[in-house]
Design a protein. Sequence first.
Length: 388
Amino acid sequence: MSVLSTDDLVLIVTTTLVCTLVVIGGGVGLLRVTRGAPILVKLTIVLVAAVAAVVVSTVAAAGEMFLGSHELIVVIWIVGVSAVVSTASAWFVLHRTVRQATAGLVSSARQIAVGGVVAPLASGWQEFDRVAIELADTAEKLSAARAEVERLESARRQFFAWISHDLRTPLSGIRALAEALEDGMAPDPGEYVTLIRTKVDTVDRMVDDLFELSKIDGGTLALHPQTVSLLDLVSDAVIDVSADAAARGVRITHDGIEGCQLRADPRELTRAISNVLSNGVRHAPEGSVVTVSATVADDGHLVLSVRDAGEGVAEEDLGRLFETGWRADAARSSDPARGATPGAGLGLAIVRGIAEAHGGSVRAARERDGFRLDLVLPATAVDRATAG
């Protein structure tokens, strides 16, 4: 058994390296030329380049070994047949698996485009399987987003229908009263003028609510925070709803709000409290009590609660209570027969927007003897002062 000398070994290694680098370089050049080609073409170029590098290196090394012509031909046939069969087999496997994997991904993408939900595919290629999993996850998210968009679009159409009706009602009344005055048919013109002013105020409040909500939704609501007394804010809010409360015989009481100061925009927060109070007064039974209370939670948040003895909304509707334009169909709907003031379903949506602008939140809960709305402000806005 002969041993290769150092010179022979260096020659063989050098020849192999040169041949391999030349063939691989040619393959890299082809990959650049076929930059936009399908993945199967690129895999074929890589496969052929790898096999060709082995074949060329083997033949070149065999030539360096001064083999006889017969032995050299045998080597060429061996590596040639092996290269052709190996390349063909590998290409067949690649062609089949890649085509299946890409076809599955294309099919999934097309289903997603039409709103379908797809399941992850097991192609046997880890990378393709990851893409399939991401597509399936994306399909679920898109399906949920489409459902949410459809729900919001339905809510938007319903909201515009409601707001159109709510605006048309007082405007129709104003027109009828104005025509009666114009035709001299009003038995008491002064009373008619008062009624027109009342209806104009109703329209003005609705327009003002729409403008406020547009600022909240558009992110243009500008706060001017300052240190204020919660008792002062609640007192101002009570004044705002006192006329409605008196008309329904509802008494408003408070508990635990003395000596509590916070950092907030007094105008906007007073508006939010007024809306919550108005909601409680509107849906409380006649002659009942609406209670405003304040507590500091364990995490330091200020929780301002408004409790009324009304029936409330169903448990499944609690999450929708603060949506723009949403109004319950039963207990808390605007029913003139119950003495409720018609509304466009904007008040509590405004409350939520103002609370979130202050870094807080809102929530609602049914209680055994009534209903509760909470306005929660963050810990950084609360300062419990010493009463007196």
